[in-house]
Design a protein around this ligand. Structure first.
Ligand SMILES: Cc1cc2nc3c(=O)[nH]c(=O)nc-3n(C[C@H](O)[C@H](O)[C@H](O)COP(=O)(O)OP(=O)(O)OC[C@H]3O[C@@H](n4cnc5c(N)ncnc54)[C@H](O)[C@@H]3O)c2cc1C
Length: 431
């Protein structure tokens, strides 16, 4: 048994961690288990999706082999503990790229599938599951099942975004996209007001593969922000060298607090507004800026932090986003990292996938006693607007909200593996 935390560091309960290292022995490991367990990738989910206190975690980090690559079609077959960054660094110089990578590359293929993750290019390519062609799934009774969009499609749809609850995925075949190389033409624009944000999104979606905005959530009703957009370019930028820093220790209290929020947001805004204009940049710092500071989650101190990520349909997006920002500002809570992005119209591949057409807002909050009241207010706004919350970021959504906003739950339940259970599944589904 050893303590395991997720990215939000809200708990560190003991878990019985079993390292999976041989994909042909996973069935034997699962059938040998006397209690339910859950797969665990790199633990980058913020809440309890990959936690199972006092129970089994099947760690997939040792399932890290690439199995086959067809350079004519761009099909890559790999084990599911492979980290997305390793695929990108190997494949991009060869002219191929993963279609979808989230805001950190430091996640596993299995984690990316089980949360059907999205990137800054959702409006162009959809989510991770849209590019999975085949999965090999091991169930807790030892059965190994192959599935894909055209092979056992219902089980496949349950497994994409299925939070690890249909079995342990040991192998995946991914369709990569051709790429011109590691450079992006990028532009940062300032905006004032949510109308401006939506106008910039609409204007950018046709010509820019990656779009995302940072907003100063302390700026009140006339919200100000930075709109960032990027697209692949064959041009070459000036050399990029990876620089990694690590937060050396956990401060005794959160460094994100009422005193630091406003100055930090103002500083971030004024530094970055000077960087507006077109540049050629390497894809890593542009797409995954936080990956250069390892363990930045310690900034929030020993009590950890929550992320609240919602999506609401576009028609209600302006008003709902304004209401949420207003409620956050009035509560005195706030976020260093408030991110706003529009999703595209593609129907999700998974029964429980989070993305839906609309606008997604993500904010971090230090753990404090004021949060339940604020979250309850935000939940009401999201629900009334026809939206939902993202389980990958969640540690507290009430079960009633989950049931009301994920209409495919009953269809999903038919494919659940009874030997798979997590703290999240018990909280949101009862088992
Ligand atoms: C800084 C940061 C930025 C982020 N940005 C984004 C973003 O832009 N977009 C986005 O969508 N997400 C984002 N995320 C969330 C992250 O992409 C997801 O939580 C992802 O699932 C984490 O992958 P992991 O390998 O760490 O999996 P874990 O967190 O360990 O597990 C996640 C889920 O996958 C299941 N799982 C893992 N491996 C397997 C397997 N082999 N078989 C079956 N189930 C499995 C687990 O049971 C669990 O339910 C971000 C996270 C961080 C920390």
């Amino acid at each position: 048994m050893r303590p395991v935390s997720s990215w939000g560091r809200l708990s560190a309960d003991p878990h019985h961690v079993i390292e999976l290292t041989d994909r042909d022995r996973v069935a034997a490991e699962l059938t040998g288990a006397t209690t339910a367990g859950i797969a665990h990738g790199l633990g980058k989910s913020y809440g309890d999706a990959s936690l199972n206190p006092q129970g089994i975690l099947w760690s997939t980090r040792g399932l890290d082999r690439l199995i086959a690559f067809d350079s004519a079609s761009g099909r890559l077959t790999c084990e599911t503990g492979v980290v997305l960054r390793d695929i990108q660094r190997l494949m991009i110089p060869r002219g191929w790229s993963l279609a979808v990578v989230p805001g950190t590359q430091l996640v596993t293929v299995g984690g990316a599938i089980a949360n059907d993750v999205h990137g800054k290019n959702h409006h162009v390519v959809g989510a991770f599951g849209d590019h999975v062609r085949r999965l090999r799934l091991v169930r807790s009774d030892g059965e190994t099942i192959e599935c894909g969009p055209d092979l056992k499609p219902e089980l496949f749809a349950a497994t994409i975004g299925g939070l690890g609850l249909t079995g342990v995925i040991v192998e995946a075949e991914l369709q990569l996209r051709p790429t011109s190389g590691p450079w992006l033409e990028a532009e940062t624009l300032t905006f004032e007001g949510l109308e401006d944000f939506f106008a910039l999104s609409d204007e950018s979606e046709a010509g820019w593969e990656h779009t995302v905005a940072w907003i100063d959530c302390t700026s009140g009703k006339a919200v100000r922000g930075l709109f960032m957009r990027g697209r692949p370019t064959p041009a070459t930028g000036s050399g990029w060298r990876e620089r990694r820093r690590r937060l050396p220790l956990t401060p005794p209290v959160s460094l994100v607090n009422g005193l630091s929020l406003k100055p930090f947001n103002s500083l971030y805004y004024s530094v970055n507004r000077r960087r507006t204009g077109l540049r050629v940049v390497h894809y890593e710092p542009f797409l995954y800026p936080l990956d250069s500071i390892l363990d930045w989650n310690r900034l929030y101190g020993p009590s950890g932090f929550f992320q609240y990520q919602s999506v609401v349909p576009r028609a209600a997006g302006l008003e709902a986003t304004r209401d949420m920002l207003d409620a956050i500002q009035r509560s005195g809570q706030g976020s260093f990292l408030a991110v706003l992005k529009t999703f595209g119209h593609r129907a999700a591949a998974g029964l429980l996938s989070f993305p839906q057409p609309g606008v997604t807002l993500a904010l971090d909050f230090r753990n404090s006693r004021a949060l339940p009241e604020l979250f309850s207010r935000l939940d009401d706004i999201v629900r009334a607007a026809g939206g939902r919350l993202y389980p990958a970021k969640d540690a507290r959504m009430p079960r009633a909200l989950y049931e009301a906003t994920y209409p495919n739950l009953a269809a999903f339940a038919r494919h659940r593996d009874p030997g798979m259970s997590s703290a999240m599944s018990r909280r949101l589904m009862g088992t």
